[in-house]
Structure formats: C-alpha cells, structure tokens
Design a protein around this ligand. Structure first.
Ligand code: DAH
Length: 335
C-alpha cells in the first residue's frame, strides 16, 4: 500500500515537470493521454485497489482521485497558457492594417450564403412561388410528429437533435430541418400552395469540411389539385438549368423520408459528367397533408429540401464548409 501511495506521489511530481515542458498543444494532448489514460500510473494504481484491504483501499482510492484532479488542473492550466501563446502568434501573423484600405470606396457586401439564399428566392419567386418562414425553436409535433415520424421510431435518429430545456422533456427543440415549415404553411394557407421556406437549422454535429452544427436549408412545397411526380421532376430540372446553367442536368434516385411517399434524392450532373447529391424530395405523404389540415383525397403535392450552404460551395468551388462561417474577410471578399 505504501508502495502505491509512493507511486502516486511520484506521478504528480513527474506530471508537473512533464506538463511544464510540453512545448505546444499537440504535445500536451499526447501527454494528457499518457498521464491520465488507460496506461497511466493513476489508472494502473486504481486497477490494483482490489488487492488491498478495505481500509487501505479507501485511503489509496481517495488519493487516486486527488492525484487525478491535481494532474487535470496542471494540464488545464498549461493548455490555457499554450492556447494563449498560439493565439498571440496567429494574431501577430494575421494582423491587418485597416488603414491600408481606401476608406469610403470599399463598401461591404452580402455574405456568400445570403447571396445564395437571395438568388434562390429570386429564382423561385420568378417561377411563381411565395417565400415563407417558420420558427427556429420548434415543437416536437411540427419537427417530427406532423411529418409522419412515429414516436420512438428510429427515423427520428436520422438527425442529432438539440433539445431545448422547456416544457416536457424533448418537447421543444432547435429545428433539425426546414420541413416543419411545410406543416405551418399548410395550417395557415389555403391551397393552392407554391412556397419555398429558407432558414437556419441545427444539429448536434461536430464541425468538419462537410458538416456544421448550424447550417441552412431551403424547403419547397407545392400543394394543388392533381400534382404528380412528373411535376416534381420537371420543377427540379427547370431549377437546375436556371441555377447552374443549361449544361447541367438532374436525376432522381429512390430514397426514404417519412414525410414523402415515394421519396427520392435529387442529384445534378455537372458538365464533366460527375454527379452530386443536392436534395431530398418526394410526394407529400397523405399523413402530412392530414396533419396540415388538408384532405389527401382532394389535394396532392410534392416537397423538396436543399442544403443551401452546399449550393453556395458548389457554385463557387469552395471545398470546406467551415470557410463560410469563419468570417475571415480575405475569404469573404472574393464572392
Ligand atoms: N428534411 C430533409 C432533411 O433535412 C430533407 C428533405 C427530404 C426535405 C425530402 C423534403 C423532402 O421536403 O421531401 O434531411
């Protein structure tokens, strides 16, 4: 037992030296694993606790926890120090002399995502659509239930939902897509409906080149008498040529969404022949029409949902989604 206690004391002393010597954040991350991970002294000592008498186990057990905390504090303090140093280096390297700019003549302009948003609105308004919006904080019914996601159905896990601590557990959320606005439009407007619904959506995703926890979608909804799948295909094809140019075409591939039946993925073909997936779409499911207060015997419709940021990336040949939200003006001023 003394032996274990001595090992723990030595571990803290060693950690203090090693942490102080860590030259950068990467080295510190490696060290963090060495000091607290599976192969660390702390973990090894803990695994030997079972072999000592209950009294001793209590004493050493407590000491293990203390040592763990002491090492965590050491690492956190060094991490803060190194992060501040790293930031200072970046700030110095990227310092901008704003007096270089000829004041008065260089006006700002709209963000590339806003430009894409407005272009899409113009295009669909030109095709006779209206623009609708809905709330970013949604209730479970509009985001899922009304869209024909049964309770406890695995399809709800298609999205990593961020719930808001309000009302019953999981009753309020940050909308995971713009599809709930379809239902809100049906609830408030008489058909015929020809609407698009752009907006911000939220998912608990880690940011990488193709994902952001906050991004944008544009939803489309048409409800009228006698609407067919052919109308959907024709609309998306017309959109493709208008938005990307007449050297692009599109195709629909079978897919699954709870709120459409049949459902499809919409791909576009670039002039070089390659395909790119851009949207989900399909014929509005009768249950969704009912949830919106419409009689599926009388009305039919189609819907689609695009990733708006993706359209911006595509159009401008940008390969990393994160660039759009870094707000580095050297990047943004190019568009
Ligand atoms: N809401 C879907 C998503 O976020 C996209 C989508 C698929 C929208 C099919 C639609 C649709 O309107 O019909 O993944």
């Amino acid at each position: 037992m003394e032996d274990l206690a001595a090992q723990l004391d030595a571990a803290v002393a060693d950690a203090a030296v090693a942490v102080a010597a860590a030259a950068d954040l990467d080295a510190l991350a490696v060290l963090d694993t060495d000091l607290l991970g599976k192969k660390s002294v702390v973990t090894t000592v803990r695994s030997h606790l079972g072999g000592i008498d209950p009294e001793g186990r209590k004493v050493v057990g407590r000491r293990v926890n203390e040592v763990r905390t002491e090492i965590e504090v050491l690492v956190a303090a060094r991490r803060a120090e190194l992060a501040a140093e790293a930031r200072a280096v970046v700030l110095e390297a990227e310092r901008l002399d704003l007096t270089e700019f000829d004041r008065g003549r260089r006006l700002g302009h709209r963000h590339v995502v806003t430009q894409t948003w407005e272009r899409l609105e113009d295009l669909f308004v030109g095709m006779g659509y209206t623009v609708a919006e809905g709330p970013e904080i949604e209730d479970e019914w509009h985001n899922f239930g009304a869209l024909n996601f049964p309770l406890d159905h695995p399809a709800r896990d298609m999205y990593d939902t961020l719930y808001v601590d309000h009302g019953e557990p999981q009753s309020t959320l940050l909308r995971t897509h713009t599809s709930p606005v379809q239902v809100r439009v049906m609830e408030t407007q008489e058909p015929p409906i020809y609407s698009i619904m752009p907006g911000r959506v939220f998912r608990s995703d880690t940011a990488d080149a193709t994902h952001m926890p906050v991004f944008h979608q544009i939803e489309g909804l048409v409800v009228d008498r006698g609407i067919t799948f052919g109308d959907l295909a024709g609309t998306l094809e017309a959109f493709t040529r208008a938005y990307f140019g007449s050297d692009f075409t599109s195709r629909l591939r079978p897919s699954y969404f709870p709120f459409t039946e049949p459902s499809a993925e919409f791909d576009i073909q670039r002039p070089d022949g390659s395909w790119l997936e851009l949207a989900g779409c399909g014929m509005v499911h009768p249950n969704v029409l009912r949830a919106g207060g419409l009689d599926p015997e009388e009305w039919s419709g189609f819907a689609f949902g695009f990733g708006l940021d993706r359209l911006a990336l595509m159009r401008h040949g940008i390969d990393d989604l994160r660039e759009l939200f870094r707000n580095d003006h050297r990047f943004l001023e190019q568009f």
